[in-house]
Design a protein around this ligand. Structure first.
Ligand code: ARG
Length: 236
């Protein structure tokens, strides 16, 4: 970025992985768009900063923060205790839920639990995930690494599902809805694998930015901007 054309507050360098609609995707102009890009733009405006977005592999985001090549991650990233050892999370700005995508004719089905909730058992199935995501971490823990097939992004995992190379994909619900809408013959199982909070991540070295972003996000929550950005992309 050319430092001569920056806003007074400098440049806010955001990292994301733009294969995750409606949080982030590449629009028809080749720009990163979506909920996270719009929230980051609103935060940057409040801070008098210019927003610069870099699209990279999801698993590279935390290392990039730690290396100082980006300042902030907004990537539908789940607040997770192991990540919180490595980076600071802002206050949460959205919630997510892990779901299971299967072919319409799959024999994988939710089973009613003693408490009346629905759960799905993926034992013995080949599960596709995006590398380094919570879906990856949970499925590796629950079903073993040998049953989990990692893909660089959700669309590649879904393509493998469509081609019959894997039995299901575990991924966040809103992207899952997009992927299912974009492909024939898939459905989302009526079960929530895990409920999660999304937050932005910032280097532990940059507590000043953490405070600034939390303050800006609080204003955006209070004045309704945050909800209106989410409502633009997600219909309840
Ligand atoms: N919420 C999940 C996680 O934090 C998946 C996020 C994937 N985000 C993305 N932009 N591809 O692990």
């Amino acid at each position: 970025t050319d430092s001569t054309d920056t806003a007074d507050g400098g440049v806010l360098r955001m990292g994301t992985n733009a294969t995750f609609p409606p949080y982030e995707f590449t629009d028809e102009n080749g720009e990163v768009a979506g909920i996270d890009a719009e929230i980051a733009a609103a935060v940057a405006e409040k801070l008098g900063m210019e927003l610069d977005i870099t699209d990279m592999a999801f698993e590279s985001l935390i290392p990039a923060l730690q290396a100082g090549t980006i300042d902030i991650v907004l990537a539908g990233m789940t607040v997770d205790p192991e990540r919180a050892d490595q980076v600071n999370f802002t206050d949460s700005y959205a919630t997510g839920v892990q779901v299971v995508i299967v072919p319409e004719n799959s024999d994988i089905a939710p089973v009613e639990q003693e408490d009346g909730s629905l759960a799905v058992d993926l034992t013995g199935k080949t599960i596709g995930v995006q590398t380094g995501t919570t879906g990856d971490l949970y499925c590796t823990d629950d079903y073993g690494q040998e049953n989990v097939k990692q893909f660089d992004n959700g669309p590649l995992a879904v393509a493998a599902l469509v081609n019959g190379q894997i039995d299901c994909v575990v991924i966040d619900q809103e992207p899952a809805k997009n992927y299912v809408a974009a492909n024939e013959g898939l459905k989302i199982l009526d079960t929530a694998y895990a409920n999660e909070d999304y937050a932005a991540a910032i280097s532990k070295d940059n507590t000043e930015l953490l405070e600034q972003v939390n303050a800006a996000m609080q204003e955006l929550k209070d004045d309704g901007t945050l909800q209106s950005i989410i409502d633009k992309y997600i219909t309840a």
